[in-house]
Design a binder for this molecule. Structure first.
Ligand code: B12
Ligand code: SF4
Length: 512
């Protein structure tokens, strides 16, 4: 019996689609001859805690102070509307508190601990004779649950090598290394892209070889010291040698995206961003990975495989930004191959997009594009190196909608140096283009770590206190020196919503 790896997706994350990290890694290990399985504990955790658990339990516990609880923090202040022990707020505060270790093993209050005890995960690890257990930490919402799980396994099954990886681990690699005691919860961590590093880790563990020199693998605790080999030596994988993701073992019918019975999966046709300039970029923190795309022929082949193997009907492309060239060539290959499938993607408002291209892509199954629009004000876009221009955005949005593809606009209000008048330009644009826009994701701007604004706040008219930032903080408090404050940003959002609904009421009443 060979060496076995089990990869897990801990709570709490998006329930709409299976996250792509573990299917990508699982496929890569299998392609290279290593046994690998995966389990989605996030889906299993859904519904585990009663709705009122956190509101009822606030009194009298040391860690209740880390839960966002007053009315002001429940409304507007907290992005992503999560008020539990999986909130960004709770995670970053608990990680910096003296109660962390007590919480990680608190049977009564730590709902993740309770869940793991009943989930059967420890039995599975024993029964399947797992040698390497991987935890995929994509977002801060999973961090406390991941540490709880790692610690539990290290206590009960210390012979199993526990490794953590994913976007959260990569983003906070320095903070984790600063807080070395976290290595009590895992034996190693893998930063940046994980395929080559995880494969090499599994191979060396199987043959009981030293793991300290594997690029992007950081080993710790057991040896009392933490070894830090050079990061990124092999982190940018060649997309054309990555196999089609493998979703075996994930409960594909249980994701919300499958609510009408059609299997919806995640996929990627490129990594990195071909633009890579936006000053506030959240999706790809610094240092940015290089841009690589998968050969469109291979993309069409993978899509066929996902359809045949899993009955997939819909694909969510996780590419941070699909380029016009990639969209064209993929569409051509899909049509040549005859694979019938619907797909969704994120893209820039790039001048290379036009009606002809969108019509081709629509024919090939493209049903929705989420554009990074952010602002209709050219000065603000220029300052942030967004590369968007109002008139061009208008043309692309119309071309896309008129081709039958839904337009979703990611919009931010309160951007660096953006004043109230600039914000009104955005509201005006959205209202006047309403008939072409299917949905607007309207966020208030938040300063996040490791981008150009964070690196050089003066240039963008931003001020924040570096010394007061929490090491695991995601939303950093800041002052927009010349721009609008949070209240004005919220007011603009209210104006937008009232104008859009007023317009809709008039249209419904047949006045327009
Ligand atoms: C597509 C996407 C989504 C989609 C799909 C989500 C899904 N179900 O898959 C949607 C739009 C729904 C979404 C929602 C959210 N997302 Co999102 N999303 C992405 C995006 C753009 C791509 C993710 C992806 O598929 N990558 C491709 C896979 C293959 O890469 P990967 O997951 O990084 O995995 C590799 C490595 O990290 C590593 N690895 C991963 N797991 C493991 C495990 C082990 C053991 C090892 C060794 C290695 C390893 O190896 C993998 C292969 O190389 C990323 C940004 C990015 N560039 O990755 C943000 C990102 C993951 N999302 C993020 C966030 C915050 C969210 C939201 C909370 C809010 C938001 N920003 O919209 C919600 C989640 C809602 C919720 N309830 O929790 C953050 C996470 C922040 C962080 N770093 O801590 C990211 C990084 C973007 C960002 N900075 O805002 N998201
Ligand atoms: S287009 Fe998106 S991923 Fe690329 S730099 Fe801008 S915000 Fe980042």
């Amino acid at each position: 019996m060979g060496f076995k790896t089990l990869l897990s997706i801990p709570p709490d994350y998006d329930h709409n689609f299976p996250p792509l990290g573990t299917p990508a890694l699982s496929a890569y290990l299998k392609k290279n001859g290593m046994a690998c399985a995966q389990t989605d504990l996030n889906i299993a955790y859904r519904g585990f805690i009663p709705d009122n658990f956190f509101s009822d339990k606030l009194e009298g516990r040391c860690y209740s102070a880390f839960l966002p609880r007053d009315e002001s923090s429940r409304s507007g202040q907290l992005p992503y509307g999560n008020h539990t022990n999986s909130s960004f707020y709770f995670c970053e505060r608990l990680l910096s508190s003296e109660y962390l270790w007590r919480y990680l093993e608190d049977r009564d209050e730590n709902t993740f601990y309770k869940f793991y005890e009943t989930s059967g995960i420890l039995d599975r690890l024993k029964k399947d004779d797992i040698g390497l257990f991987g935890i995929s930490v994509i977002s801060p919402t999973q961090a406390i649950a991941s540490l709880t799980l790692g610690l539990l396994i290290k206590k009960h099954l210390p012979h199993i090598h526990v490794t953590i990886g994913g976007q959260w681990v990569t983003l906070y690699r320095d903070a984790i290394l600063e807080k070395k005691e976290l290595f009590r919860c895992f034996d190693s961590m893998i930063v940046f892209e994980g395929e080559s590093a995880l494969l090499e880790l599994a191979r060396r563990l199987e043959t009981k070889r030293d793991i300290s020199s594997i690029p992007n693998v950081i080993e710790g605790f057991r040896k009392k010291t933490v070894s830090v080999p050079i990061f990124r030596a092999t982190s940018d994988e060649d997309m054309n040698s990555l196999p089609c993701p493998n979703f075996d073992g994930l409960p594909l019918r249980e994701y919300n995206g499958c609510n009408d019975g059609r299997i919806s999966l995640t996929y990627e046709t490129s990594r990195g961003c071909y633009w890579s300039k936006c000053a506030y970029c959240v999706d790809l923190p610094l240092p940015k990975p290089s841009y690589r795309r998968k050969d469109p022929k291979l993309v069409a082949k993978d899509m066929r495989q996902l359809k045949e193997r899993y009955g997939a009907k819909y694909l969510l492309f996780g590419d941070p930004g699909l380029s016009p060239r990639q969209m064209r060539e993929i569409s051509e290959e899909i049509l040549k191959d005859g694979v019938e499938m619907e797909w969704w993607t994120m893209a820039r408002l790039d001048p290379g997009f036009d009606r002809k291209l969108f019509e081709l892509a629509h024919k090939a199954g493209l049903r929705q594009v989420n554009f990074g629009f952010e602002s209709a004000n050219d000065r603000v876009c220029k300052l942030l190196d967004k590369g968007n221009y109002r008139d061009r955005s208008s043309r692309i949005i119309k071309d896309c909608a008129l081709s039958g593809i839904k337009v979703d606009l990611q919009t931010m209000i309160g951007l660096p140096d953006e004043n109230f008048q600039d914000g009104l330009d955005t509201v005006d644009f959205l209202v006047s283009h309403k008939e072409f826009i299917d949905n607007t994701t309207f966020n208030t701007y938040y300063l996040t770590p490791f981008n150009f604004v964070h690196q050089n706040p003066e240039k963008y008219g931003i001020e924040y206190d570096k010394d007061k930032s929490l090491p695991f903080g995601f939303f950093i408090p800041f002052k927009n020196k010349r721009g609008m404050d949070k209240d004005q940003a919220e007011l603009l959002q209210k104006i937008y919503h009232s104008m859009v609904s007023a317009k809709t009421r008039r249209e419904t009443a047949g006045i327009c």
